[in-house]
Design a binder for this molecule. Structure first.
Ligand code: TXA
Ligand code: MG
Length: 314
């Protein structure tokens, strides 16, 4: 007998066949998924998200073979990182093969690929039979969704969402540019995430690669890194360490404090839900106090999102 989940996945596959899009849970955040071979579905993703075409999409795969089909070259360094971190929150940026639609890559020569570590996402991609393009399922520049309900509430039109529960990581994947030339591997973290630079470097060094920091031409837009991303519905103010809220001449009448767990793994999971909940409060602003223990690569990733979402740092 078919399980309830099987039926829901079948329904999602039906929608994909009709060039439609579906909400897909992943371990990081929910995605808005569409067929990489349907221009209609890709256009729908941009339209529903109100996303500009210069912002490229990540492709989600359920096997390394699918990833290989999307790139010009699958270097040994990429194979190693996939073996160690996939399925998981690491997106690899590699030179794209000719069959990848320009809408996905915003006309760039590279493509972002990852294998999500979520049983529902993997089941959907397998049942669909090919990779799925999926940006985070939120309107452009707004807070990423970490529950199915967040996705349902986000868009002006109804979107079918596969419910996969609360996202276990809660922060978007680490995006890594990677280029291997013989024994040298050039890498650069383009977006910080749960998987740290040090973990990535360690795997490469253990396998006798020489790791070089890539010098990308950053005049090329990397939109996930825009300053005003992840904005909550109320202004977010960051209070720097050592600053006292009462001392500073604050322009707002009332505030509500965002409290995150001390452990960064938990804080990452709470961040976007907190932004949504506090964004609905009646207070003038949301306040986040930066503390001395907010250190280490995962806290850096969380603070990166908080900084981009903030209107002011005082
Ligand atoms: O965890 C995640 O990565 C989530 C889940 C759904 O997988 N997806 C996600 O997608 O965060 P999105 O579209 O919200 O952010 C993807 C970002 C883009 O904004 C862009 O900055 C970067 O990935 N990106 C995609 N392709 C790229 C490329 N070829 N070169 C550089 N950056 C790229
Ligand atoms: Mg996003």
């Amino acid at each position: 007998m078919q399980s309830v989940l099987d039926k829901k996945i079948d329904k999602a596959v039906e929608l994909l066949k009709n060039n439609d899009v579906v909400g897909m849970p992943t371990e990081t955040v929910y995605g808005l998924a569409g067929s990489i071979y349907s221009e209609e579905a890709l256009l729908k993703i941009f339209k529903i998200k109100e996303r500009p075409f210069f912002d490229p999409l990540i492709i989600h795969v359920s096997s390394v073979d699918e990833a290989k089909s999307l790139v010009k070259d699958w270097p040994h360094a990429a194979e190693l990182l996939a073996q160690n971190f996939w399925p998981g929150p690491l997106t690899l940026i590699l030179e794209k093969s000719d069959n990848v639609n320009d809408l996905i890559t915003a006309g760039m020569l590279t493509v972002g690929i990852r294998m999500p570590n979520h049983p529902v996402a993997l089941a959907l991609i397998k049942k669909w039979g090919s990779p799925l393009a999926a940006p985070s399922a939120n309107k452009f520049k707004k807070t990423s969704p970490t529950t199915a309900l967040h996705v349902k509430e986000e868009f002006d039109q109804a979107v079918y969402v596969l419910d996969g529960g609360n996202c276990s990581v809660g922060l978007e994947s680490t995006i890594l540019y990677i280029k291997q030339i013989e024994n040298n591997v050039e890498i650069e973290v383009l977006r910080k995430g749960f998987i740290s630079y040090l973990e990535i470097e360690k795997i490469l060094l253990e396998n006798n690669f020489k790791v070089i920091k890539a010098r990308l031409n950053h005049t090329v837009n990397v939109p996930g890194n825009m300053q005003d991303h992840y904005m909550p519905k109320r202004p977010l103010i960051i209070l720097s360490e050592g600053r006292n809220i009462n001392e500073s001449k604050l322009k707002f009448k009332s505030y509500i404090e965002m409290k995150l767990s001390d452990l960064p793994e938990l804080a990452a999971r709470e961040l976007y839900s907190q932004m949504r909940i506090l964004g609905q409060s009646n207070h003038d602003v949301i306040l986040f106090k930066k503390m001395g223990f907010h250190q280490g690569e995962l806290w850096e990733a969380i603070l990166d999102r908080l900084n981009r979402a903030s209107s002011e740092i005082i």
